[in-house]
Write a protein that binds this ligand. Structure first.
Ligand code: PLP
Length: 421
């Protein structure tokens, strides 16, 4: 450490000189003037990315352990992905769901052949994938003559911001301004099987659960909990829906996060990394569920577009390769080992699975995430006190080592808030 704190910020190491038509100040001021203020962003203005690094307008490099909120599984500017997208862009980008085209059919085949599912519906985001799952569950209840159309979800869960998915996302801050929400939702404590036993009966048509909660603080489900939910759903006839939008597609070290549990759902929702940064959502269902959905029941103008589905084929083919997943497991082992050796009196717990990791501290994480950014490491928060690390799945040992060095250095500067000092 003699030369000062480690840093991934290397002025002048941008891969190519970025010719921007706006200065960073102009970008910030124009945003301030013209955008609906739904985000509080740090000052940095990113211009491009390559591999596991992002570059800002001043040419500084950042090691990205956030990956665009667990999206950029292949990192940035992956050559195969870029080639496929540019080839497809010259052929067909959009044709609408009124007509046949091949990319979404090929993608659906891949997803089905590698999962419990028999059929797939494509939308444009995670929220939309869950929205479709809620609608499918309702149709399944109504057309199957079930007693009720209620839905169960869990405390700490996050399923999206559209009205249906927001209704099963029990955060007061997200929900309160937009009430009334969709009725018939029951929120239960996560990992509490007894509470689930008391609440799940024939009034319930679907149970939504993240095998590893992301936004809620990176909390894996207990094995008994998911096994118990499976039994309860099978006994009462409710559909078990796994939201693997954040934890799925290799992030947990297996293709699907639920593989660890040996439990299969009736529906599963995917999004974030599936198309390598292009917007996509997928709702995977069993034949039994698909049977109650008829032509015209649901739809999307952009969903299943040829460009995005061609991009997703590249991502899926890479992630589903055993060697790719072996690297995820190997780098996850390296990262967990390094994190377990971190020294901080504020660190309470490290949890998660694979390359989806949460470090819970006894102090708010905003200042630490800012200081990491200053040192060239991008990390995320999950709730107030959890530092969330979701790096691209293509990281290597050198990236892990550098991230640990930067973290160690930033942690040494972590002070207790004044009121607690
Ligand atoms: N489900 C989970 C588990 C998520 O983490 C998210 C987003 O963070 C969503 C759903 C919503 O996805 P989107 O933001 O693409 O609508």
């Amino acid at each position: 450490m003699a030369e000062g704190p480690p840093s991934a910020c290397m002025p002048g190491t941008a891969i190519w000189p970025e010719e921007s038509d706006m200065t960073p100040d102009e970008v910030r001021m124009t945003e301030h003037r013209y955008l609906v203020p739904t985000y509080a962003r740090p000052d940095v203005v990113f211009t491009h990315g390559r591999g596991v690094h992002l570059y800002d307008a001043e040419g500084r490099a950042y090691l990205d352990f956030g990956a665009g909120i667990a999206v950029n599984a292949l990192g940035y500017s992956d050559p195969e992905w870029c080639q496929a997208v540019s080839d497809q862009a010259t052929k067909l980008v959009h044709v609408s769901n009124l007509y046949h085209s091949s990319p979404h059919v090929q993608l659906a085949q891949r997803l089905v052949e590698h999962s419990f599912a028999d059929r797939v519906f494509f939308g444009n985001s995670g929220s939309e994938a869950n929205e479709a799952a809620i609608k499918f569950a309702r149709a399944w209840a109504r057309r199957g003559g079930r007693a009720g159309t209620d839905v169960v979800a869990f405390e700490g869960g996050f399923h999206g911001r559209t009205l249906g998915s927001l209704s099963i996302t029990p955060r007061q801050k997200y929900q309160a301004p937009f009430e009334p929400l969709v009725p018939g939702v029951h929120i239960l404590p996560y990992n509490d099987l007894e509470a689930a036993r008391r609440a799940i009966d024939e009034r319930v048509c679907a149970v939504f659960v993240e095998p590893i909660q992301g936004e809620g603080g990176v909390r894996p489900a207990d094995k008994d909990f998911l096994l118990g939910l499976r039994s309860l759903c099978s006994e009462t006839g409710a559909l078990l829906v796994f939201d693997e939008i954040q934890c799925g597609l290799g992030r947990a070290g297996t293709l699907w996060a639920h593989e660890f549990y040996g439990v299969e759902p009736d529906m599963m929702t995917l999004a974030k990394p599936l198309a390598g940064g292009l917007p996509i959502g997928a709702t995977l269902v069993t034949e039994e569920v698909a049977r109650v959905i008829h032509v015209g029941d649901h739809g999307s103008t952009f969903g299943a577009g040829p460009l995005v589905c061609r991009a997703a084929q590249v991502v899926f083919d890479r992630i589903s390769r055993p060697a790719f997943l072996e690297n995820v497991v190997e780098q996850a082992d390296n990262l967990w080992r390094g994190l377990q050796e971190l020294e901080s009196k504020h660190l309470l717990e490290i949890r998660g699975r694979g390359l989806m990791i949460g470090l819970e501290f006894d102090v708010p994480m905003g200042p630490l995430v800012d200081s990491l950014l200053q040192s060239g490491l991008i990390g995320l928060t999950a709730g107030e006190n959890v530092l969330r690390l979701t790096p691209p799945l293509v990281i290597e040992k050198e990236h892990v080592d550098l991230a640990i060095d930067i973290l160690n250095s930033a942690l040494s500067g972590l002070e207790r808030p004044a009121r607690e000092a």
